[in-house]
Structure formats: C-alpha cells, structure tokens
Design a protein around this ligand. Structure first.
Ligand SMILES: [Zn+2]
Length: 318
C-alpha cells in the first residue's frame, strides 16, 4: 500500500496529545467520580455510570462499538449496570452521533428541539431523533445524578448545546475548542461565525475544572479555552487591520471588467495579511497551526463575518 506524500509539518507539541489507546483502539478515563470520557485519540464521548444505568453523551461512529466496551470495562470494575439507558446528543452532526442506533430503540434519547428537526430532515436511521427535546434548558436526573443541558444560541451548528455536570466540576461543549489544536477549516466548520466567536466566553461563565470538547485525545482546561480565545481574537484584530489597510482599487482596476477576478485578488490579499502573522505566532503553541489552510480559511470566515455581520461591508457611494 502506498501512502500520500506528507509535507514537512512542525512537530506536535506533546501537551496536545492524549493518553495512549488500548489494543482495541480506545482509551476510557475517569473525569470525576462516576463521569468518564472515551476517546479514539481524535473524537470524544462521555458517560455517567449510575446505579440506575448508564447515560451516554454523544456516539461518534469512529469510536463506535468501543463505546459499549468502555462502558463494560468501567461497569465491571465499579460493580454497576452496563446498560445504556439514556443518550444525550450534543448536536445533530453525524460524526458525533452516527453510532447512536447501536444502543437500540429502548434508549431514551435527549436533545435540543432543533437537533430533532435536523435529524428528521436528514433521515438517517443511524441517528434516531430524540424522544425528549427542549428549547432553552433541560435538567436530566438519573440515578441520583444531575446534568444541566442548555442552549445559548447557534454557534458551530444551530443546535449545539452546553452540557454541565455540576456534581462533577465538568462542562461538555463540542466542536468549538480543540484542546491544544487549532480549529480546522472555516472556524471548525461552523455555520454561525459570531456565535462561534462568542461561545468560549459562555463556556467560561460556567463553573468547571474539566472540559470535554469533543476533540482530540485529552480533556481540556480553562487555559486551553483561553488560548483558543486569544487565537480567535488575534485573527479578528488582524482581519480588522487588513480590511482597513489593503486598498481594493488596484485589484479591480487590474482585473476590469472581470469583477470577480478583482474580488478574488482583493480578498486573497486581505486573507494573507490577516492570517500570516497568526500562523507565525501559534506555530509550536497550538498543534497544526502551521497547516496554513486552517488559519487561512478561519481568517477568511471571520473577515467576511466582520464585513457582513458586523459591517460596514464598504463605503456608501456618495
Ligand atoms: Zn459538529
């Protein structure tokens, strides 16, 4: 088998990597008391092992049947039930929920009302729609444990919720911060850029020590969220400077009458000016910061949001 050529990238900072996985390809670790997380080094799910059954949080297909293996391992060690009775969806995306159906039809599924609408729209039997939905808040109580689910507006997806474990000093909030790594393309494939940019501050408003962010191998800390916030703030500041300082006129003059060629020339120049200093600053700090396309596409998304959401998009014709 041949593998694709791999460019020379900067070494991954050791602090960005999580624990080694076992022979079956997963690691299960205690977050606090009877709250555990499971990872395959790229994706993360979590579960509460209570006396009345197990509550699963997300079901990434890449972890798949290792979710039940992780539950079985913990249940045997702790002497509790290994039966998954509840499954909470963080959001509707298949890469975090596509193994939901392996827990069968008797599991009580819980999610935001928009998650239900989107799962019904997508019509994938691997991801049954939630039985219990909520609009703003829902308190889940199972086996003497309490979990607070809340929706604070769209961010990565329209339905992405905050999952707070007040008795476990933990917050689970998926696909916004990647612990120790840069977001991938376009603000981590987010649909609402202002919502994505504002979400980490909402997460930090909760009391917690442990943060389950969905990627990659380890739990996140409050410092990880702060570094992510600074990375995004640096892109925003750099984009404002670039938008103000790159003169669009020469690009349109050179391209005339191909107006779209002028747009490309101008926006490519703004993106380059925005992203280049951020790539330089974060290489060696956040893993994969030197894979330029990630910071470039995130810079483009934020720069466009500054124009289109915040405004002004340009001067008003006299
Ligand atoms: Zn997602």
């Amino acid at each position: 088998m041949t593998s694709p050529d791999q460019p020379e990238y900067a070494p991954i900072p050791p602090s960005a990597l999580g624990p080694a996985v076992n022979d079956q390809g997963y690691y299960v670790g205690r977050v606090e008391r009877n709250l555990y997380y499971v990872t395959d080094s790229v994706y993360q799910a979590a579960f509460l092992a209570t006396q009345d059954g197990v509550v699963m949080f997300d079901a990434p297909p890449s972890i798949g049947h290792n979710l039940q293996r992780a539950v079985d391992e913990v249940a045997a060690a702790e002497g509790v039930s290994n039966k998954v009775t509840h499954l909470v969806y963080s959001h509707h995306h298949d890469d975090h929920s596509g193994a939901s159906s392996i827990f069968g039809g008797d599991v009580v599924r819980i999610g935001h009302e928009e998650t239900k609408r989107l799962l019904l729209r997508d019509g994938n039997p691997a991801r049954p729609a939630p039985d219990i939905t909520f609009a703003d808040r829902y308190t889940l109580e199972v086996g003497g444990e309490r979990v607070e689910l809340a929706w604070h507006g769209p961010n990565h997806s329209p339905d992405n919720i905050y999952i707070h474990f007040p008795g476990h000093d933990t917050l689970m909030f998926i696909d916004v911060v990647n612990a120790g790594w840069v977001p991938i393309y376009n603000t981590n494939l987010s649909e609402d850029v202002p919502g994505y940019m504002a979400a980490p501050a909402i997460a930090l408003d909760y009391p917690w020590t442990h943060f389950i962010c969905g990627h990659l191998g380890r739990l996140a800390t409050r410092d990880d969220v702060a570094v992510h916030q600074q990375y995004i703030a640096d892109i925003e500041a750099s984009a404002r400077e670039a938008l103000a300082s790159v003169d669009p006129v020469p690009f349109y003059t050179a391209a005339w009458p191909n107006f779209w060629a002028g747009v490309k020339g101008h926006l490519d120049a703004v993106t380059e000016r925005t992203a280049a200093p951020v790539v330089a600053k974060y290489t060696g700090v956040l893993a994969a910061a030197d894979i330029e396309i990630f910071t470039y596409t995130t810079s483009f998304a934020i720069m466009q949001s500054l124009r289109l959401d915040s405004g002004p998009s340009g001067p008003v014709h006299p």
